[in-house]
Write a protein that binds this ligand. Structure first.
Ligand SMILES: C=C1C[C@]23C[C@@]1(O)CC[C@H]2[C@@]12CCC[C@@](C)(C(=O)O1)[C@H]2[C@@H]3C(=O)O
Ligand SMILES: O=C(O)CCC(=O)C(=O)O
Ligand SMILES: [Fe+2]
Length: 369
C-alpha cells in the first residue's frame, strides 16, 4: 500500500500542518459537502444499544437485526472493565502528546501495519484528513521502545490488556452473530479463539473550521468486526441504509461501538452489512478513539456460510491478508470486486456505491460537539 514519506512532513501525519496552531483550515485539508447528503443526529431511531447481560437467545436476535440493518450497534455490560478503558485513554493522550520528532521514530513503513501514519486510505482522496493514527499489530513493544526508550512498559501493559479484553469480547460477539446466521463454530475453517487483532488509536485534534475538515473519510472496515471505544466526545457517524443520511453514534457512557466489517459481510453472505462510516471533527474538543479490528487467523479463508436457506454464495472466498491488499487498491470497491458473476445484484448489497472514490467528492457535515 502506498504510504506518505516523512520527507514532506513536519509531523508524521499532518502534511506539514500543525493542527494545534492554525486559525483556518488550509487548502490541503479543505473538504466540500457533496449535494444530497443530510445529517440526522437524532439518536431516537438510531443505532441500537444492546445489553449483553440479557439471555443469549434474545441478544443474538437483537444483534442480528442490528447487523442486517445498520451493520453496527453499541453494547453495554460487555465485560470490559471500566478501568481498562480509562487507562487506554490515558495512554492515548500520552502517545498523541509526544512531540512530532518523537512520533517520527515510530513512523509506519511503506509495507508495514504498525506505527504512526496518516490513514491508509489517504491516497484515495484529493485532500488530507484531520487526524493522526497509531496502529498496533501483535506486541506494541518495538514501537513503544522507540517512543519511550526508558518508559515504555506502562504503554505496553495497558495496550496488551486492552487487546486481550477486546479479543474476548469479539469472540463472544462472533459466536452470537454465528448463532443468528444459523451457523456454528464448526462451520468455520478457523478457530474463533485464534482470531487476530489490530488496534488502531485515532486522534482528531479540535479544528478551527470543522465544517471544512474531515476526520476520517467514509469507509467500511476490512475486519470481521471492529469494536470502538469512543470515549465521551461524538464524531463517529454511520451512513443509513438509504445511503443519503449520516447518523451520529452518540457516546453512551460505558458503551462500546461494534461495526460489522467487510469480512463478516462476506462470511454471512451479505446477511450482515458492513457499515459505511466516517469520523467528523469539532471546534472545541480534541477527540480520541480506540478501535480493535478483529480478523480471522492469518492463513484462514473466509467464505460465505451456505445452508438450506442460503443456497447460493454471493462472494468468492478470500484470506484477510489478500483482502487487505485488494482494499489497498480498490478501496470501497473491494467488496464488490469479490461478487461472484452469477450472484446477481441482491438487495443485500445495498452498499452506498455513490461513495466510490472515482465518483465521490469528500463529504463533511455541520459542526457537532
Ligand atoms: C488491519 C487494518 C485495517 C485498517 C488497515 C489496517 O492495516 C490498520 C488500520 C485500519 C484502518 C483504520 C482507519 C480506517 C481504515 C480503512 C484505514 O485506513 O486504516 C482501516 C483499515 C481497514 O479496515 O481496511
Ligand atoms: O474514530 C472513530 O470513531 C472511528 C474510527 C474508525 O472508523 C476506524 O478506526 O476505522
Ligand atoms: Fe472504521
Amino acid at each position: 500500500m502506498p504510504s506518505i514519506s516523512s520527507g514532506d512532513l513536519s509531523s508524521p501525519l499532518d502534511g506539514g500542518v500543525d493542527f494545534g496552531s492554525v486559525k483556518t483550515v488550509p487548502e490541503s485539508h479543505a473538504w466540500q459537502e457533496p449535494e444530497g447528503f443530510s445529517l440526522e443526529s437524532s439518536d431516537l431511531d438510531g443505532i441500537p444499544v444492546i445489553d449483553l447481560s440479557t439471555p443469549w437467545w434474545g441478544v443474538a436476535r437483537e444483534i442480528g437485526r442490528a447487523c442486517a440493518s445498520w451493520g453496527a450497534f453499541q453494547v453495554v455490560n460487555h465485560g470490559v472493565p471500566d478501568n481498562v478503558l480509562k487507562r487506554v485513554e490515558e495512554q492515548g493522550w500520552r502517545l498523541f502528546s509526544l512531540p512530532p520528532d518523537q512520533k517520527l521514530k515510530a513512523e509506519r513503513g511503506p509495507d508495514e501495519i504498525a506505527g504512526f501514519g496518516a490513514p491508509r486510505i489517504t491516497h484515495f482522496f484529493p485532500k488530507r484528513m484531520w487526524t493522526e493514527g497509531f496502529t498496533v499489530f501483535g506486541s506494541p513493544l518495538e514501537q513503544a521502545r522507540r517512543l519511550w526508550p526508558h518508559d515504555h512498559m506502562q504503554f505496553c501493559e495497558v495496550i496488551e490488556e486492552y487487546q486481550s479484553e477486546m479479543k474476548s469480547l469479539t469472540v463472544k460477539l462472533l459466536e452470537l452473530i454465528l448463532e443468528w446466521v444459523g451457523a456454528g463454530k464448526e462451520d468455520l475453517n478457523w478457530e474463533v479463539g485464534d482470531s487476530s487483532g489490530v488496534t488502531q488509536l485515532n486522534s482528531y485534534p479540535s479544528c478551527p473550521e470543522p465544517s471544512r475538515a474531515m476526520g476520517l473519510a467514509p469507509h467500511t472496515d476490512s475486519s470481521l468486526l471492529t469494536v470502538i471505544h469512543q470515549s465521551n466526545t461524538s464524531g463517529l457517524q454511520l451512513l443509513d441504509a438509504s445511503g443519503q443520511k449520516w447518523v451520529t453514534v452518540p457516546p453512551v457512557h460505558g458503551a462500546l461501538v461494534v461495526n460489522i466489517g467487510d469480512l463478516l459481510h462476506i462470511l454471512s453472505n451479505g446477511r450482515c452489512r458492513s457499515s459505511m462510516h466516517r469520523a467528523v471533527v469539532n471546534r472545541v474538543h480534541h477527540r480520541l478513539s480506540f478501535a480493535y479490528f478483529c480478523f480471522p487467523s492469518p492463513g484462514a479463508t473466509v467464505e460465505p456460510l451456505i445452508g438450506p436457506d442460503e443456497p447460493t454464495a454471493l462472494y468468492r472466498s478470500v484470506t484477510w491478508t489478500e483482502y487487505l491488499r485488494i482494499k489497498g487498491t480498490l478501496f470501497n470497491n473491494a467488496l464488490f470486486s469479490l461478487l461472484l458473476p452469477d450472484s446477481g445484484f441482491s438487495t443485500r448489497l445495498q452498499q452506498p456505491f455513490s461513495l466510490l472514490p472515482s465518483q465521490s467528492r469528500p463529504s463533511v457535515m455541520q459542526e457537532s460537539h
